[in-house]
Design a protein around this ligand. Structure first.
Ligand code: 5GP
Length: 203
């Protein structure tokens, strides 16, 4: 092989209900060499979620213990629940030479960026409109009305932070959005600054 690329962290944020999970699942099917970091959360699992696959579901005592021990690279309270990225798990994933996807919110992105020890690529997923976002949140029938209202308020705040990301993708059509996501991953892998040329030039 003539070249390889230095792995990076791909931070993907989106307001809840934007289709980010579907989009990322499609990306993982189409692009090799990506792995997702599984966060810890105090949120209760939804019906279709599995512990250690979707999240590490922990209670607030365990979450606080990990936080006090300094085990999180970043953590945030989102919609009233705690979420955090374990530094230890992330390091293990990065040591495997794959690009690691962090599905975290705006607060988390800012915290990871300020840690400045990582090579980051940040992407914000936008919904087509607030009306469409509300109808997607209601149609998925996983959250109570009060929760949906909280998520919509939070969405407006998150969208106002989209300008702090390297890329913005409008998710109006899942296939088109996935094509753009793929294009970003391939372009970022091809940056000369991330390229290891092996055996191309004499020593
Ligand atoms: P949900 O409860 O719908 O799975 O996720 C709610 C929000 O929490 C999403 O915006 C998701 O990106 C964010 N989130 C998930 N894991 C983490 C994490 O480890 N850190 C931070 N900061 N946000 C997270």
């Amino acid at each position: 092989m003539l070249y390889d690329h230095k792995p990076f962290l791909l931070v993907v944020s989106a307001p809840s209900g934007c289709g980010k999970t579907t989009l990322l699942n499609q990306l993982f099917r189409k692009v090799k060499g990506l792995v997702v970091s599984v966060s810890h959360t105090t949120r209760k699992p939804r019906n279709n979620e599995t512990d250690a696959v979707d999240y590490h579901f922990v209670d607030s005592v365990e979450f606080s213990r990990m936080q006090n021990d300094g085990q999180f690279l970043e953590s945030a309270t989102v919609h009233g629940n705690s979420y955090g990225t374990s530094s230890f798990s992330l390091k293990n994933l990065m040591d495997n030479g794959r690009d690691v996807v962090l599905d975290i919110d705006v607060q988390g992105m800012k915290e990871v960026k300020s840690a400045s020890q990582f090579d980051l690529v940040t992407i914000f997923i936008l919904p087509p409109s607030m009306e469409e976002l509300e109808s997607r949140l209601r149609n998925r029938q996983t959250d109570a009305d009060a929760v949906i209202k909280k998520r919509l308020l939070n969405a407006a705040v998150e969208i106002s932070n989209a300008c702090f990301y390297d890329y913005i993708i409008l998710n109006e059509n899942i296939d088109l959005a996935c094509e753009r996501l793929k294009a970003i991953v391939y372009a970022e892998r091809s940056r000369s600054t991330r390229t290891n040329l092996m055996g191309v030039f004499p020593d």
